[in-house]
Design a protein around this ligand. Sequence first.
Ligand code: FAD
Length: 392
Amino acid sequence: MANLENGTFKKLDVVVVGGGLAGSLEALFLAKRGHRVRLYEYREDIRNTPQARGRSINLALSIRGRTALREVGLEDHMINNHGIPMKGRNIHRIDGSTYIIPYDSRTKQCIYSVGRNYLNGLLLQESEKYENVERFFNHKLIASNLREGFLSFQKTDTKEIVEVNADLIIGADGAFSAVRKEIMKQPLFDYNQKYIEHGYLELCIPPDSNGGFQMPPNYLHIWPRGEFMMIALPTRTGSWTVTLFMPFTHFKSLDNEDKLLKFFEKYFPDSIPLIGKQKLIADYFAGSASPLIAIKCRPYNVEDKALIIGDAAHAVVPFYGQGMNAGFEDCTILNQLFQKPHDDLAKILKEFSDTRWEDTFAISDLAMYNYIEMRDLVTRPSYLLRKAIDDV
Ligand code: FAD
């Protein structure tokens, strides 16, 4: 049980499971409050990994995420030295013509394209400034007893078992969270998951021969095609992270080079010279489409012992660009709750759990709505909007 010592929390021994975006940021927040933090990450240190692993190379950072980064002193760096402002949607029609839908023509707010690896690496780097943070990579959580504050990890290289105890366990281990699986054993835990019929595959538009952008860089580019769509986010190297979202049945049917090129010539003709025919073929057949899952669950805590945050608590489909941002907002909110003038950790975790779910459920619903809006409704007159939503 945590106590107040001279008006602040007694220093807790915290284990954060998962050193992705939410986990590494939460470790920073806790370190700044003076707690002992041990961060255990399944994979190797992302700073030693040349490419983003699996998921989108670039992400849209919005105000929720920026607010959290501000609290740990990293917002200016991300916005001024790294992020690429995206002022609106740049819509590509099938004939190759484009038009712009600004995000905010009144106050000129925008979102920023940021590199996943870069941001994750920066958060880990920043945590090295704190002596009270230790990082353990290649450690996979394989068993736990949350009420006892007990965790068992297996080293992925040596297979050695590492057992640790903590005052508080933060599960930031993503959509397929091992910590959440343990919480699911608790009575009255609500859980709902939905895989959508669309998957996604990452492609790339390389820089031009001078290392510059082949398209206007300050936009999120969208090729909405009704049942499917493609989007592109700018990166610092002049290239674009391109993501193709389609029903799995479509991915399956494009099973040879000829079919793939015919499909692109029909639906995304202007993208072929940008990507390059050979690169399109190589990148498309190098990977396979990944699934998209939305998870709603509650409560997020187990008494004063454990809490899940980020995708572990609320994975959302990516069409609203708010998954990481919502995970970052979890860290801001938790930090605010730690400033309450009482010493009751159980109360703090319960308050987080009781108040946070309504917002995360709403973000999840908005993301599902934007799943239709982005691929279809941006191309239609607004009177059809209500009908299309009702039809879903
Ligand atoms: P993760 O990033 O999944 O990190 C979890 C970490 O836990 C991983 O490093 C993993 O290795 C580790 N881990 C897992 N299991 C264990 C274990 N057993 N033991 C130890 N460690 C473990 N969000 C946005 O805000 N803006 C966007 O533009 C955006 N675009 C997206 C595009 C796509 C295609 C996708 C798929 C997602 C997008 N998102 C976006 C969502 C965003 O990627 C996630 O919300 C975000 O990565 C969640 O961060 P997290 O730290 O909670 O989970």
